[in-house]
Ligand binder design. Structure first.
Ligand SMILES: Cc1cc2nc3c(=O)[nH]c(=O)nc-3n(C[C@H](O)[C@H](O)[C@H](O)COP(=O)(O)OP(=O)(O)OC[C@H]3O[C@@H](n4cnc5c(N)ncnc54)[C@H](O)[C@@H]3O)c2cc1C
Length: 308
């Protein structure tokens, strides 16, 4: 793994650095490039703007690694409120939600996480939209896929996420490419050991393409989450080779990253879904975006220097 990426991901777990960055006044401004805001109203306003420009949305209430029941409950309530608003404002057919199971109890009580996820899925169904379960570090993969299978017994539309940096993921993509299965393929955002994950970008990218082919060959609905200018045209070419029409798969990108490319693909008739994070717990999310691209660190440091 690139040493800068390792360093930033290590910083993401360091309590002192976390406090320093989270309380620096400039952080709030910089974070707005990647995060819709702290409140439901701000998240819904950004969703409205994206939908009006021809995009679709998945919303993530920021927060992860929750260690107590009360905090997990707050996350559930935030999703219930959000789903209510999406429905009330007529956005539910274009906007769904993404949920991290660690934010609803997975780290300390898997049964509680499942019960909480069920409440969010039921609310999504009532609102007329769907839920995708984000994937976190590799120690959670089995548990997340287990809970996904449970949820899909009631709500077959619950989306899965697989990460091409994991050596296991080709097999997971074959297993998940069944009828009606919504599967997001991303590269993976965590620092993972060599034993379970490819370390070189080229190997992660090759794995990504193998999984693209496996998902397109199956009967499910693939959701290709990448900003990679090399991979996006390959996905388009592979989709055509598999006889997939626009609408039988979708592209996904993060809020604030390659917005022109998002619009270009949508104007070509593709479904493009923007992942929109919001909420007060933006630190871990911001650090992963920094780790992906040194230019983002330079952007952050420049903003700090301008302020000081
Ligand atoms: C919709 C969506 C959902 C995701 N869900 C998950 C999840 O559940 N679990 C998980 O582990 N990961 C998730 N990710 C993150 C993902 O795993 C990658 O860390 C992230 O997308 C960067 O990988 P990349 O495919 O864009 O390619 P990279 O190899 O990181 O980048 C390729 C190129 O894309 C552009 N680019 C990439 N990142 C940035 C950036 N931050 N700023 C500006 N340009 C950039 C640059 O041109 C770069 O050279 C998600 C990503 C997306 C888009």
């Amino acid at each position: 793994m690139n040493p800068l990426r390792s360093l930033i991901l290590a910083a993401a777990r360091n309590g002192t650095i976390r406090r320093l960055v989270a309380t620096a006044p400039v952080s709030r401004d910089v974070v707005r490039r990647f995060v819709a805001g702290e409140t439901t109203a701000e998240a819904v306003a950004v969703t409205r703007r994206l939908v009006d420009s021809g995009l679709t949305v998945t919303l993530d209430h920021l927060g992860e690694d929750t260690t107590d029941k009360a905090q997990a409950e707050q996350t559930v309530q935030a999703y219930l409120d959000l789903l209510d608003q999406l429905h009330a404002q007529g956005l539910a057919d274009r906007a769904e939600v993404s949920v991290k199971l660690s934010a609803v109890g997975q780290m300390f009580d898997e049964d509680l996480a499942l019960a909480n996820a069920r409440r969010i899925c039921a609310a999504a169904e009532a609102a007329g939209t769907t839920v995708t379960l984000d994937m976190e570090d590799h120690t959670t993969t089995d548990s997340t896929l287990r809970l996904l299978a449970e949820l899909r017994q009631t709500w077959p539309w619950v989306g899965a996420v697989i990460q091409s940096y994991l050596r296991r993921t080709y097999d997971d993509s074959v297993a998940l490419a069944a009828a009606d299965s919504r599967v997001r393929l991303c590269k993976g955002a965590y620092k993972e050991p060599d034993g379970v994950a490819y370390q070189d970008k080229i190997d992660v990218d090759k794995s990504y393409i193998r999984c693209v082919n496996a998902l397109l060959a199956g009967d499910g609905f693939p959701m290709f989450a990448t900003h990679d200018p090399r991979l996006v045209p390959i996905i388009g070419e592979r989709a055509e080779a598999h006889g997939r029409k626009p609408g039988s798969f979708e592209y996904q990108m993060l809020y604030g990253i390659r917005p022109d490319e998002q619009l270009r693909l949508a104007q070509l008739g593709h479904t493009v879904r923007v992942y929109v994070p919001y909420g007060g717990e933006w630190y871990g999310y911001l650090m992963r975006r920094m780790a992906e691209r040194p230019a983002n660190v330079a952007f952050f440091l420049r903003a700090l220097a301008t302020r000081s």
